[in-house]
Design a protein around this ligand. Structure first.
Ligand code: PXG
Length: 442
């Protein structure tokens, strides 16, 4: 019986933490107990500047009144409604609001509860779409090296992060990968999109030649690869990918879980780069991270292919208990309103040059071998300690936390993505603290 157990207050052993060095953490826990605006409050009462918008998700900052109120009100009015064969107004309203915010071709929205589920959903829609149109031989899925598409089996199969794949068996069959676009020897310290590497998209022609276009369903890429350490698309690369996929009847999916909702200064990267895929996956900033939610945006051409056969029949055998959950939908609606009312995407675009200058001013500090940026995203690549990859960046993360700054690291790369409500003084505060960290790093 659970009640027979000794209950120790603040026992950290039960919670197996995700993507965390559990033993290290539990020896010296880093706990947040509150958050407001651009700052977290730690358990020992310090104010920590949020340089990462949580995990790239709190784009409007923390404790935003409209969102908090909407969630409170929704729980009290309609806490849950069955997601299958029943509806409630907020999910429809949110889908419509998303359609209004997204670039023109995206007319329909399928709701999920995370970015990982949005990816699985998009991959399944791609397969089922080809089949619905009589091209059932198109079963292959193409991802990219260093790509991150969440942690479920489809996502890690098309993904290209080695440690996310190697421990988990043989994954999906029929998957191939494009090369990544990181060319530090040619593009190091580029501001914004790099000049070199558009031709890497031509590798898709080789993949098509190898397997046959008639076997390939979709290509999925992050328009800007976030998790792997901020890899920007070389100039012309996305355009080429779009041209090749369209010519071979292959669907193109942009995974915009990070780039969606203003990160680059536009609603979505598709708009920012003016390259329209066939589907967009999103999550994170959709609800400001307050309630879990993801979505897949699709065109009429995708959606309408399913709307045939007897009307009493389910058209797509897919969905989640919490697809379009009322409380998540209310959070999403209030979040999109907050973005619009406060002009947060415009703020991100207006601050991007100041952000870029402050970030690139770190060039020349010890161990810094590359700096990359776009919108309100930045990455600083550090030279790894010989024989101990990731250790130097992890130390930077710990040191930054001691100096009241939250950063993210992946490998030996520091990634920055503050809430879009940041201003110039806080940008100076962030980079001032980070410069101190870098100057004192072994
Ligand atoms: N696609 C992309 C492009 C992502 O960045 C996911 C899918 C999965 O989303 P969920 O909601 O299932 O986690 C992501 C998530 C980091 C970091 O620090 C990035 C993510 C998650 C946590 C940390 O880089 N990306």
């Amino acid at each position: 019986m659970a009640s027979d157990r000794k209950v120790a207050p603040n026992d950290l052993s039960a919670f197996w933490m995700p993507f965390t060095a559990n033993r290290q953490f539990k020896k010296a826990p880093r706990m947040f107990v509150a958050a407001d605006g651009l700052y977290y409050t730690t358990a020992d009462g310090r104010q920590v500047l949020d340089g990462t918008a949580g995990l790239w998700c709190c784009n409007a900052g923390h404790n935003r009144p409209k969102i908090t109120e909407a969630v409170r009100a929704q729980v009290g009015q309609l806490d849950y409604a069955p997601a299958f064969q029943m509806g409630h107004p907020k999910a429809f309203e949110l889908a419509t609001a998303l359609r209004e915010m997204a670039p023109a071709p995206f007319e329909h929205v399928f709701f999920t509860n995370s970015g990982s589920e949005a990816v699985e959903t998009a991959l399944k829609i791609a397969l089922a779409w080809h089949r619905a149109r009589g091209e059932g031989s198109r079963t292959r899925l193409i991802g990219r090296e260093r790509g991150y598409h969440g942690v479920n089996f489809g996502g890690i199969s098309v993904g290209g992060i080695v440690n996310n794949r190697r421990f988990f068996g043989s994954l999906l069959t029929g998957v191939d990968h494009l090369p990544h676009t990181h060319l530090p020897e040619k593009n190091a310290f580029t501001r914004g999109q790099p000049e070199h590497g558009a031709e890497l998209a031509d590798a898709l022609e080789d993949i098509v030649a190898l397997h046959g276009a008639e076997t390939i369903a979709a290509v999925i890429v992050e328009p800007m690869a976030g998790s792997t350490g901020v890899l920007l698309p070389p100039k012309g690369y996305l355009e080429r990918l779009r041209e090749i996929t369209a010519r071979h009847g292959i669907l193109l999916i942009f995974d915009e879980v990070i780039t969606g909702f203003g990160r680059l200064g536009s609603s979505f990267a598709a708009e920012h780069f003016n390259v329209m895929p066939d589907m967009i996956t999103c999550a994170k900033g959709l609800t400001n991270g307050v309630i879990p939610m993801g979505a897949v945006l699709v065109t009429d051409a995708i959606h309408d292919a399913f709307m045939q056969g007897p009307e009493h029949m389910i058209e797509l055998f897919h969905g989640y208990t919490y697809s379009g959950n009322p409380v998540a939908s209310a959070a999403g609606l209030a979040t999109l309103e907050t973005y619009r009312e406060e002009g947060l995407f415009e703020n991100a675009a207006a601050l991007a040059p100041c952000w870029e200058d402050a970030l690139h001013a770190l060039k020349g500090l010890p161990h810094v071998i590359d700096i990359r940026n776009m919108g309100l995203i930045g990455a600083i690549e550090l030279e790894p300690i010989p024989g101990a990859p990731t250790k130097r960046a992890f130390q930077a993360f710990l040191d930054a936390y001691e100096r009241d700054l939250l950063i993210r690291t992946t490998g030996d790369i520091i990634a920055l993505s503050p809430p879009l409500m940041i201003d110039r003084p806080r940008i100076e505060e962030l980079f001032g603290k980070l410069a101190e960290v870098l100057k004192n790093l072994d």
